[in-house]
Design a protein around this ligand. Sequence first.
Ligand SMILES: O=c1ccn([C@H]2C[C@H](O)[C@@H](CO)O2)c(=O)[nH]1
Length: 132
Amino acid sequence: MAKEAMKKAYVPYSKFQVGSALLDSKGNVHLGCNVENAAYGPTNCAERTALFRAIADGEAPRSFRAIAVIGDTAQPITPCGVCRQVLIELCPPDMPVYMANVRGDITETTVAALLPGAFTQDDLGSDGKRSN
Ligand SMILES: O=c1ccn([C@H]2C[C@H](O)[C@@H](CO)O2)c(=O)[nH]1
Protein backbone atom coordinates (compact mmCIF):
# COMPACT_ATOMS: atom_id res chain seq x y z
CA MET A 1 0.00 0.00 0.00
CA ALA A 2 2.92 2.35 0.69
CA LYS A 3 4.20 1.59 -2.81
CA GLU A 4 0.85 2.57 -4.28
CA ALA A 5 0.94 5.82 -2.27
CA MET A 6 4.33 6.64 -3.84
CA LYS A 7 2.62 7.24 -7.17
CA LYS A 8 0.69 10.18 -5.71
CA ALA A 9 3.85 12.05 -4.68
CA TYR A 10 4.08 15.71 -5.75
CA VAL A 11 7.83 15.98 -6.39
CA PRO A 12 8.58 18.51 -9.15
CA TYR A 13 11.91 19.49 -7.53
CA SER A 14 13.56 16.28 -6.28
CA LYS A 15 11.65 13.88 -8.59
CA PHE A 16 12.06 11.51 -5.64
CA GLN A 17 8.81 9.74 -4.82
CA VAL A 18 8.18 8.41 -1.33
CA GLY A 19 5.11 6.54 -0.06
CA SER A 20 3.92 5.64 3.42
CA ALA A 21 1.17 3.51 4.94
CA LEU A 22 0.10 3.88 8.57
CA LEU A 23 -1.93 1.13 10.27
CA ASP A 24 -4.36 2.23 12.98
CA SER A 25 -5.89 0.29 15.87
CA LYS A 26 -9.08 -0.43 13.91
CA GLY A 27 -7.17 -2.02 11.06
CA ASN A 28 -7.55 0.96 8.75
CA VAL A 29 -4.60 2.21 6.75
CA HIS A 30 -3.82 5.89 6.17
CA LEU A 31 -1.66 6.60 3.12
CA GLY A 32 0.82 9.41 2.62
CA CYS A 33 3.17 10.70 -0.05
CA ASN A 34 5.73 13.49 -0.08
CA VAL A 35 4.44 16.90 -1.17
CA GLU A 36 7.11 19.41 -2.20
CA ASN A 37 7.12 23.20 -2.50
CA ALA A 38 8.99 25.82 -4.52
CA ALA A 39 10.22 27.27 -1.22
CA TYR A 40 11.61 23.78 -0.36
CA GLY A 41 11.18 24.18 3.42
CA PRO A 42 7.41 23.60 3.42
CA THR A 43 7.92 20.15 1.87
CA ASN A 44 6.06 17.42 3.75
CA CYS A 45 7.51 13.91 3.83
CA ALA A 46 5.36 10.86 3.11
CA GLU A 47 5.48 9.70 6.73
CA ARG A 48 4.21 13.00 8.11
CA THR A 49 1.53 13.21 5.44
CA ALA A 50 0.19 9.80 6.57
CA LEU A 51 0.39 10.71 10.26
CA PHE A 52 -1.24 14.13 9.92
CA ARG A 53 -3.90 12.74 7.64
CA ALA A 54 -4.79 10.07 10.22
CA ILE A 55 -4.97 12.64 13.03
CA ALA A 56 -7.15 14.88 10.87
CA ASP A 57 -9.39 11.87 10.19
CA GLY A 58 -9.96 11.54 13.95
CA GLU A 59 -7.51 8.80 14.92
CA ALA A 60 -6.22 9.12 18.46
CA PRO A 61 -2.55 9.98 18.93
CA ARG A 62 -0.48 6.95 19.99
CA SER A 63 -3.19 4.51 18.88
CA PHE A 64 -1.25 3.53 15.77
CA ARG A 65 0.11 0.02 15.23
CA ALA A 66 2.71 0.21 12.45
CA ILE A 67 4.05 2.40 9.68
CA ALA A 68 5.71 1.50 6.40
CA VAL A 69 7.77 3.82 4.19
CA ILE A 70 9.16 3.12 0.73
CA GLY A 71 11.36 4.92 -1.76
CA ASP A 72 13.63 4.13 -4.69
CA THR A 73 16.80 3.95 -2.62
CA ALA A 74 19.70 1.47 -2.75
CA GLN A 75 19.07 0.56 0.88
CA PRO A 76 15.63 0.65 2.56
CA ILE A 77 14.65 4.32 2.93
CA THR A 78 15.03 5.82 6.39
CA PRO A 79 12.85 8.58 7.88
CA CYS A 80 14.35 12.07 8.20
CA GLY A 81 14.96 13.68 11.57
CA VAL A 82 11.78 15.76 11.47
CA CYS A 83 9.67 12.68 10.78
CA ARG A 84 11.39 10.82 13.63
CA GLN A 85 10.38 13.62 16.00
CA VAL A 86 6.78 13.51 14.76
CA LEU A 87 6.72 9.70 15.02
CA ILE A 88 7.83 9.81 18.69
CA GLU A 89 5.10 12.37 19.40
CA LEU A 90 2.20 10.54 17.75
CA CYS A 91 3.06 6.82 17.96
CA PRO A 92 3.78 4.27 20.70
CA PRO A 93 7.57 4.11 21.26
CA ASP A 94 7.69 0.36 20.56
CA MET A 95 5.66 0.66 17.34
CA PRO A 96 7.27 -1.11 14.37
CA VAL A 97 8.58 0.97 11.48
CA TYR A 98 9.04 -0.93 8.21
CA MET A 99 11.54 0.71 5.88
CA ALA A 100 11.63 -0.52 2.29
CA ASN A 101 12.87 0.16 -1.20
CA VAL A 102 11.21 -0.64 -4.51
CA ARG A 103 13.64 -3.56 -5.03
CA GLY A 104 11.92 -5.28 -2.15
CA ASP A 105 14.47 -4.87 0.64
CA ILE A 106 12.75 -4.30 3.99
CA THR A 107 14.23 -3.39 7.37
CA GLU A 108 12.24 -3.28 10.60
CA THR A 109 12.94 -0.96 13.52
CA THR A 110 10.90 0.90 16.13
CA VAL A 111 9.88 4.50 16.66
CA ALA A 112 12.02 4.78 19.83
CA ALA A 113 15.08 3.21 18.20
CA LEU A 114 14.95 5.85 15.46
CA LEU A 115 15.38 8.73 17.93
CA PRO A 116 17.47 7.97 21.03
CA GLY A 117 17.33 10.72 23.64
CA ALA A 118 14.27 12.30 22.05
CA PHE A 119 12.77 15.47 23.47
CA THR A 120 9.14 14.60 24.24
CA GLN A 121 6.10 15.87 26.11
CA ASP A 122 7.53 14.20 29.24
CA ASP A 123 10.16 16.95 29.23
CA LEU A 124 7.50 19.65 29.46
CA GLY A 125 5.60 20.74 32.56
CA SER A 126 1.87 19.98 32.84
CA ASP A 127 0.99 23.48 31.63
CA GLY A 128 2.98 22.95 28.49
CA LYS A 129 5.99 24.90 29.75
CA ARG A 130 9.20 23.66 31.27
CA SER A 131 8.85 23.37 35.02
CA ASN A 132 12.32 24.75 35.89
O1 LIG B 1 11.88 9.27 4.53
C1 LIG B 1 11.76 10.16 3.66
C2 LIG B 1 12.85 10.76 3.04
C3 LIG B 1 12.62 11.74 2.11
N1 LIG B 1 11.34 12.12 1.79
C4 LIG B 1 11.10 13.13 0.74
C5 LIG B 1 11.31 14.56 1.10
C6 LIG B 1 11.58 15.18 -0.25
O2 LIG B 1 10.35 15.45 -0.93
C7 LIG B 1 12.29 14.08 -1.02
C8 LIG B 1 13.79 14.23 -1.07
O3 LIG B 1 14.32 14.37 0.20
O4 LIG B 1 11.95 12.86 -0.35
C9 LIG B 1 10.26 11.51 2.38
O5 LIG B 1 9.10 11.83 2.06
N2 LIG B 1 10.50 10.57 3.32
